[in-house]
Design a protein around this ligand. Structure first.
Ligand SMILES: [Zn+2]
Length: 394
């Protein structure tokens, strides 16, 4: 009785999937979009609707990227964004363990560990005990792991995937935590927290080099000029402290993200069997929101969107990569007001901080269907693990 019920449910599930994969109305809806001409036509992709394991995950976090931020960038870009090509969209609730408005530390810790925690917490539970992160779990399974951010690499979002500290401001302590997990590839600012520390005399750049990392920085070489050897672990510092905004000349996000995808695919694994987990953060969309500067928000978001496009291309070619895009929270209470035109958006902000707005999630690739619907920010962790076929309980 029980078995036949499971079988019936399975048949319905399979039938449902097959039907949606060949949905004619979906085909018409996406036809004529110029992005399709560029090779991103995901709605009819052969990968869509298949139930199989995601070997690789590219998790893109647009810090502070609520729906209005996406709307503004879309209008400014003639209504075209790669983010609008995702076939599966869901919504998460970003509330932290205390209060209703999250910061990036609690927000990213929810994604990386599946547990709600307090604002400022980096990879720790409400009682400040360490929680293993999804990046650490992937590393333990022998997968390649990487992170790219447009903030310092010890800033709240990337830190929450590799570090365990009760305060996001413990930048030097967070840097030492990078020595404890063998992350294979990372790019971001904050070099001074590694090699000119005030709390101790450790030179973490030297320690990394002794541990087999190839470490470069923006003083020595532009990212674009690097020849990256996939055999060694790789780190690149883009600034001593915070990287500059894209509008002021920052130009590494695309290069570091695309090089990272190729690197992680083949790192220590020429036959591409193990898979990888990569987190890419568009960190400064949030900073534009804090500054109530619509142009800052839009320029950062448009750069981030192009990286999303490259992740989608990679996934479409690869066929075994889940691309997930979301934000930790909205920043600024941004609104596009009446009187706006394409050439002149009338944008206002209701806050200099984050808001409690619900946040969209965009998914493509194996396991993408898990991300449809309405859920907690912590479920992103659970769903990512389910998509990768990893056991649910730690
Ligand atoms: Zn913020």
């Amino acid at each position: 009785m029980k078995n036949s019920l499971i079988l019936l449910v399975l048949c319905i599930a399979l039938f449902g999937c097959k039907k949606s994969a060949t949905d004619k109305s979906g085909e018409t809806r996406y036809k004529g979009n110029e992005y399709n001409a560029a090779g991103i036509s995901l709605f009819n992709s052969s990968h869509q609707g298949e139930i199989k394991k995601a070997k690789n995950v590219i998790f893109l976090i647009g810090d502070g990227m609520g729906l209005t931020q996406v709307s503004a960038a879309s209008i400014k870009n003639k209504n075209e964004l790669f983010i609008k090509q995702f076939p599966v969209v869901g919504i998460h609730d970003p509330q932290p363990s205390e209060g209703i408005i999250t910061d990036s530390a609690a927000g990213a810790t929810a994604f990386s560990t599946g547990q709600k925690t307090f604002n400022g917490a980096i990879g720790v539970a409400p009682d400040s005990s360490s929680l293993k992160t999804i990046l650490e779990e992937c590393e333990e399974l022998g997968m390649a792991t990487g992170m790219v951010a447009t903030s310092t690499i010890v800033h709240a979002t990337p830190a929450s995937f590799i570090s365990h500290r009760p305060s996001r401001k413990q930048y030097e302590d967070i840097a030492t935590d990078f020595m404890l997990t063998e992350i294979d590839y990372f790019v971001g600012g904050g070099k001074k927290y590694f090699d000119r520390r005030s709390n101790d005399d450790r030179n973490l750049v030297k320690e990394m080099q002794d541990n087999g990392y190839v470490v470069n920085d923006y003083f020595q070489k532009d990212f674009q000029d690097l020849k990256i050897d996939t055999k060694s672990n790789f780190a690149y510092f883009t600034a001593d402290d915070d990287p500059i905004p894209v509008s002021k000349g920052r130009d590494y996000l695309m290069a570091a993200s695309t090089a990272g995808m190729e690197f992680l695919k083949l790192h220590d694994d020429p036959n591409d069997t193990k898979g990888f987990f990569m987190m890419i953060e568009g960190s400064q969309i949030d900073w534009g929101g804090h500054a109530n500067d619509a142009d800052y928000v839009i320029s950062e978001l448009l750069e981030f969107d192009k990286v999303i496009g490259e992740a989608l291309r990679f996934a479409q070619e690869d066929g075994e990569t889940l691309v997930l895009v979301t934000a930790d929270h909205e920043t600024g209470g941004m609104a596009i007001n009446s009187g706006s035109t394409v050439d002149s958006l009338k944008v206002s902000f209701s806050s200099g901080y984050h808001t409690a707005a619900l946040i969209p999630v965009y998914a493509y690739g194996p396991g993408a269907e898990l991300f449809a619907g309405f859920y907690e920010n912590t479920d992103i962790y659970t769903k990512l693990k389910a998509a990768m076929g990893m056991p649910a309980n730690k």
